[in-house]
Design a protein around this ligand. Structure first.
Ligand code: SF4
Ligand code: MG
Length: 324
């Protein structure tokens, strides 16, 4: 039976502000799941706290709305417990790169096969627009009494040096292209990160839809308009690592591209490395039957509900310590 796009939607009322970029991201995730025909009961969407945290309410898969900054521990734990699930973690820039930044970096070290999506709008939208870690230094959005006094984090660059093996960026109003990026992220074997530029029309009055979709004029030919957002592949960029020896050079190239901002902003796949073992692969070298016998399929009690765990040896050792 083929699932329809409607099968990936819920009836839950959506109270995001009119014109919010979150709608495009939601549609892209639903369309990606539909295109890939990932069955609703085989996918789980986890979210942190923020406007984006409501995403699992609107997608008809399993879903858990977790704690502020803690979406990655939940998502990684679920994948390790049941590696057959397709796991997507979502959250805002404040959630993932402020309080959650330690989890971001350490997830990169593991390379667990999940997809992490950040809705990046430069502000803490749910709490009235304070400066988030991705707001550029010196910017004064409408909720700030004075310009932002902190340097910003570049999420793509941080993912590059943390060890993510698929790193991409999309734009929330280019839904068809974003859907393709999300599909590639889901199908990648390893930890995927997708940074999505998401206008917040309510609190970020600088990086608006009009700003992202603006043009500059070619100084050599005034008739040519150069769009601010461009696709990396259209300009010959290729971030795919085919041999691990070239990984360092590709990471440096990705960071260099990620630093482009203002007049030109690239979207697409910055870095992709399929040569790194996943955490699950490494686990299997210690626990041979892990893929067939992960925690989710193990019995934890007998028919009477008694735990199967045998702690006799532990008790014996404790007794010996007490005696000794
Ligand atoms: Fe979207 Fe901003 Fe409204 Fe949140 S506050 S729903 S991010 S427009
Ligand atoms: Mg935000």
């Amino acid at each position: 039976m083929e699932y329809k796009i409607a099968d990936y939607k819920t009836e839950v009322h959506n109270d995001w502000c009119a014109g919010c970029g979150d709608f495009g991201i939601l549609n892209s995730i639903q369309m990606a799941l539909y295109d890939l025909q990932i069955l609703p009961h085989e996918a789980v969407i986890f979210s942190g706290i923020g406007c984006s945290g409501k995403t699992p309410h609107f997608i008809n898969t399993f879903g858990i709305h977790t704690l502020h900054g803690r979406v990655l521990p939940f998502a990684q734990g679920a994948k390790l417990a049941n590696p057959k699930l397709k796991i997507i973690a979502v959250g805002g820039d404040g959630d993932g790169l402020g309080i959650g930044s330690g989890h971001f970096v350490n997830a990169g070290r593991r390379n667990i096969d999940i997809t992490y999506i950040i809705y990046n709008n430069g502000v803490y939208g749910l709490t009235k627009g304070q400066a988030s870690p991705t707001l550029k230094l010196g910017m004064k959005t409408k909720s700030l009494p004075q310009p932002n006094v902190n340097e910003s984090i570049n999420p793509i660059a941080l993912a590059c040096i943390s060890g993510f093996t698929f790193i991409a960026r999309g734009y929330s109003y280019d839904v068809r292209y974003l859907k393709e990026i999300i599909k590639k992220g889901i199908m990648h074997s390893g930890l995927s990160f997708i940074d999505i530029l998401q206008p917040c029309p309510t609190y970020n009055d600088i990086n608006t839809k009009e700003w992202y979709q603006s043009f500059t004029i070619d100084e050599n030919n005034p008739k040519v308009r150069i769009p601010k957002i461009y696709k990396l592949e259209d300009e010959g960029y290729n971030g795919l690592v085919t041999n691990n020896d070239e990984a360092s050079a590709k990471i440096m190239a990705a960071i260099d591209k990620a630093n482009e901002w203002e007049d030109r902003i690239p979207v697409g796949i910055f870095y992709e490395n399929n040569t790194v073992p996943t955490f699950e692969d490494r686990l299997q070298t210690r626990i041979n039957n892990y893929p067939d016998y992960p925690p989710a399929v193990q019995n934890i009690m007998d028919d009477e509900g008694n735990p199967n765990t045998n702690i006799d040896r532990l008790i014996d050792e404790l007794k010996a310590v007490k005696k000794g």
